[in-house]
Design a protein around this ligand. Structure first.
Ligand code: NAD
Ligand code: MG
Length: 417
């Protein structure tokens, strides 16, 4: 029985993690939950999973949550009410909860950084969905892992695929440690990408992409931010940096392949030129289950892969002109130091402005590039946590200012119908 703490329990990753816990009650027990604003769903989750502690993002929601829980008569159902906490401190406490063995990081964005670090310092194993943490703060997170012995188990589907393929190699011991040390014998990584919502659109059509268009993904059902990241292909760019930190390969050995069916979740090429791939339906529950159950495999009755039903698996080269975000991510990754933190924060801010209909879809990469260019003047090679937080705030500010200054060019937003 593994005790789990779920950060971001009301989101796409969080709810799928809880579905797994519900489906396999003999394997997993939920001891801690944290969520943002969706108190209604959080109350349902508390009733279902009976955690020991619950943290809400905003401390002012603690009272409201307590009231809702007292109305829902937990004692009548013989459930012990959880300890309710909140704010940044509450998040840290839930992330490092003594009785938890594994922390699933389903918070979106750099907001996941401090709680993930708290969990690592407490020696917890991490099922890493919140890629932004590693991208912004790889140079800070990796040494902490080494110090605490906490293991980073990838839950992102591509990195889970690589991780699963590596289990079958003689260097599996190294591959599981994710300390940024190059995995011996691993020659190349091919990250697959579905191509996102706009894979069949022309550059001209992209100029008129609406929020609604960008938030409908053809293959995966995910939160809004990552769905927009998939449409710009920044998600794949971020995953390149994530792969670099997880598996220690240089950027010259990480490639992106467009694979519209999303059946192959990524591939590794080994020293002898053999290529291994992991396959499955596009369903996040599988990589999540593997991160939660590693090194074991749990028997499920989930829909089995049926290749004749799919018929064809196809592959294409990514279009870097239509999707500049991939190259921006490669460049930021190669720069290293604080640059990926700037790329990540600028992207978070640009996506937020796009979702508020303040900038056009095609301007997302432009404002990110502006922030990265400006950062070259005060870039830090070996950042500490404080440097990461400072540049994160700085990049968000630069993006907001750039958009305000150029509002006539940037804010040409086609209205959602
Ligand atoms: P989501 O928007 O559906 O959920 C985010 C969760 O985080 C919610 O519970 C929200 O309340 C909480 N949250 C947001 N800001 C917070 C804050 N400041 N403090 C505390 N809680 C906060 O997002 P998602 O799609 O589940 O993605 C979560 C993470 O997993 C992201 O980093 C994403 O890149 C990664 N990921 C998601 C998927 C997927 O299929 N959804 C796949 C791979 C990786
Ligand atoms: Mg992914």
């Amino acid at each position: 029985m593994k005790a789990i703490s779920v950060l971001g329990s009301t989101g796409s990753i969080g709810t799928q993690t809880l579905q797994i816990a519900e489906e396999f009650p003999e394997q997993f027990k939920v001891v801690a939950l944290t969520a943002g604003k969706n108190l209604k769903l959080l109350v349902e989750q508390i009733k279902q999973h009976n955690p020991e502690v619950v943290s809400v993002a905003d401390e002012s929601d603690i009272k409201e949550l307590q009231e809702r829980l007292s109305q829902s008569n937990l004692e009548g159902q013989k459930l012990q009410p959880p300890q309710i906490i909140g704010g940044a401190k509450g998040l840290d406490i839930a992330a490092s909860w003594e009785n938890a063995d594994l922390v699933v990081t389903g918070i979106v964005g750099c907001a996941g950084l401090l709680p993930t670090l708290a969990a690592i310092k407490a020696g917890k194993d991490i099922a890493l969905a919140n890629k932004e943490t590693l991208i912004a703060a790889g140079p800070v997170v990796l040494p902490e892992l080494k110090r605490s012995g906490s293991r980073l188990l990838p839950a992102d589907s591509e990195h889970s695929a690589i991780f699963q393929c590596l289990q079958g190699t003689p260097w599996a011991e190294n591959a599981i440690l994710s300390t940024g040390v190059p995995t011996p014998g691993l020659r190349n990584i091919q990250l697959t990408a579905s191509g996102g919502a706009f894979r069949d659109w022309s550059i001209d059509q992209l100029k008129n992409a609406t929020v609604e268009d960008a938030t409908s993904h053809p293959n995966w059902s995910m939160g809004r931010k990552i769905t927009v990241d998939s449409a710009t292909l920044m998600n794949k760019g971020l995953e390149v940096i994530e792969a670099h930190y997880l598996f220690g390969l240089s950027y010259d050995h990480i490639e992106i392949v467009i694979h519209p069916q999303s059946i192959i979740h990524s591939m590794i090429e080994l020293a002898d030129s053999s290529v291994l791939a992991q396959m499955g339906w596009p369903d996040m529950k599988l990589p999540l289950l593997y991160a939660m159950s590693w090194p074991n495999r749990i028997q499920t009755d989930w829909k089995r892969l049926n290749l004749p039903e799919i018929g064809k698996l196809t592959f294409e080269k990514p279009d870097t002109v239509k999707y500049p975000c991939m190259e921006l991510a490669f460049a930021a990754g190669r720069f290293g130091g604080t640059m990926p933190a700037v790329l990540n924060a600028a992207n978070e801010q640009a996506v937020a402005l796009f979702l508020e209909e303040k900038i056009n879809f095609i301007n997302i990469p432009r404002v990110i590039e502006t922030a990265c260019e400006k950062h070259k003047n005060d870039f830090k090679d070996e950042p500490q946590l404080n440097d990461v937080i400072l540049v994160d705030n700085w990049a968000r500010k630069i993006v907001r200012e750039t958009v305000e200054r150029n509002s006539d060019q940037f804010a040409v937003v086609p209205k959602t119908q």
